[in-house]
Write a protein that binds this ligand. Structure first.
Ligand SMILES: CC(C)(COP(=O)(O)OP(=O)(O)OC[C@H]1O[C@@H](n2cnc3c(N)ncnc32)[C@H](O)[C@@H]1OP(=O)(O)O)[C@@H](O)C(=O)NCCC(=O)NCCS
Length: 368
């Protein structure tokens, strides 16, 4: 049987940080509220487009795998904040990489997009459609945040990470997963202003308002991640004691703690990044995975459980069996251009650009 081994990994975090104290300079909020409700202390603001963050992360992953870009058959990008709808963002990353023999596709399931893309690429490798794939989880959501809304603006940040998948006969890579979606409550997390429903209505691109029922999302997130984790383990014929590390989606520390309790995973097995980066949506799980490897939390043969949820409301859990290598085969000089602004200055630029734009709150031709 063919499996899809993870042979390379790399991340790219934009350097500009936005702290809770920075947010309190223009929103009625404070560090105590944000930390006690979410665990978040700071997040990153990108000074470059999503394609560029992805390119750096993917280049690092390819160098780590020792794989030439020409040998990549598929570039797949999990994201809901594409630079453009046409052409897709994966083609932009393919172009920058020089992966001239690859197919390129975007997958959008909001915060679960990286994991859904991992499933897609793994399935394509298992069925022989491709042999080598680059899977990117990336988000540059900060241009789409409503920076006047303290309930949502404090939660998100930008970031990217990528893995390389390669066909193997060894039983490594994705062992089992469970994917699902609570479509009946899809409207409890809706970004008004992103998408064709808002076209031709005089709304400046990027001007958004968020329908965001925090407590209801919280409950569904815990339920979905816990139940998907149990099902993924059942499908693999394994139990929680067989899991070495949990790398969950990091929207909120309290959600992660509740999922850990429900699943029965002790806190020391749960890897956290939420304090440093906030919720990077689709970038969250792969960045956490890369940092777990870098910090020695992933060992040869480790079993990793990655539960996640996002808009839709999509949810999932993935069980990954690590291979024998936890060190990169190579490195690359590819890096981001320097950033000469602080996170707060970058947000002030976004705020200034949006100031006179029309609100999409009551606009948009939407189905339920
Ligand atoms: C958003 C979330 C942190 C809010 O926490 P909560 O404990 O549910 O807080 P509530 O929404 O009940 O709000 C409580 C109060 O804090 C206020 N508040 C909201 N944001 C605030 C902020 N940034 N600073 C200070 N006060 C804030 C609210 O206005 C409310 O005030 P009120 O009681 O006077 O009306 C939490 O619900 C959550 O994390 N939900 C999951 C959402 C998520 O992660 N989504 C990501 C999708 S991938």
């Amino acid at each position: 049987m063919t499996y899809a081994a993870i042979t390379g990994w790399g991340k790219c975090l934009p350097p500009a940080k936005l702290t809770n104290a920075d947010l309190a300079t223009f929103l009625e909020t404070d560090d105590e509220w944000i930390v006690s409700r979410t665990g978040i202390r700071e997040r990153r603001i990108s000074h470059v487009p999503l394609t560029q963050l992805s390119y750096v992360a993917a280049s690092r992953a390819l160098a780590c795998a020792g794989l030439d870009a020409k040998d990549v058959d598929l570039v797949i990008l999990g994201t809901c904040s594409e630079d453009e709808q046409v052409p897709n963002s994966a083609s932009g990353v393919q172009n920058l990489l020089g992966a001239t023999n690859a197919a390129a596709m975007d997958v959008n399931t909001a915060c679960t997009s990286f994991l859904y893309a991992l499933t897609t690429a793994t399935a394509m490798i298992r069925t022989g459609v491709v042999r080598n794939a680059v899977v990117v989880g990336v988000e540059v959501l900060t241009p789409f945040l409503d920076w006047t809304d303290r309930a949502t603006a404090v939660l998100f940040g930008d970031g990217a990470a990528a893995v390389v998948l390669q066909a193997t006969e060894e039983k490594t890579g994705l062992l089992a997963e469970k994917l699902g979606c609570y479509a009946d409550v899809r409207s409890i997390l809706r970004v008004r202003g992103m998408g064709a429903a808002y076209a031709n209505q005089g709304i400046a691109v990027g001007t958004t308002t968020w329908n965001f029922e925090g407590p209801e999302i919280f409950k569904r997130a815990v339920l979905g991640m816990a139940e998907a984790s149990a099902e993924a383990l059942r499908r693999a014929g394994l139990g929680v004691p067989d899991v070495d590390l949990v790398v969950p989606h990091q929207a909120n520390l309290r959600i992660i703690e509740a999922v850990g309790k429900r699943v029965g995973a002790p806190p020391e097995k749960v890897f956290l990044t939420v304090q440093r980066y906030g919720n990077m949506s689709s970038g969250t799980v792969p960045v956490a995975l890369v940092e777990a490897i870098e910090e020695g939390r992933v060992q040869p043969g480790s079993r990793i459980l990655a539960p996640a949820f996002g808009g839709g409301l999509t949810y999932c859990a993935h069980l990954i069996q690590w291979g024998s290598r936890t060190t990169p085969l190579g490195t690359t000089d590819v890096r981001l251009p320097p950033c000469n602004k602080t996170g707060l200055e970058l947000v002030q630029d976004i705020l200034a650009a949006k100031r006179d734009a029309k609100s999409p709150a009551s606009s948009g031709n939407l189905v339920a």
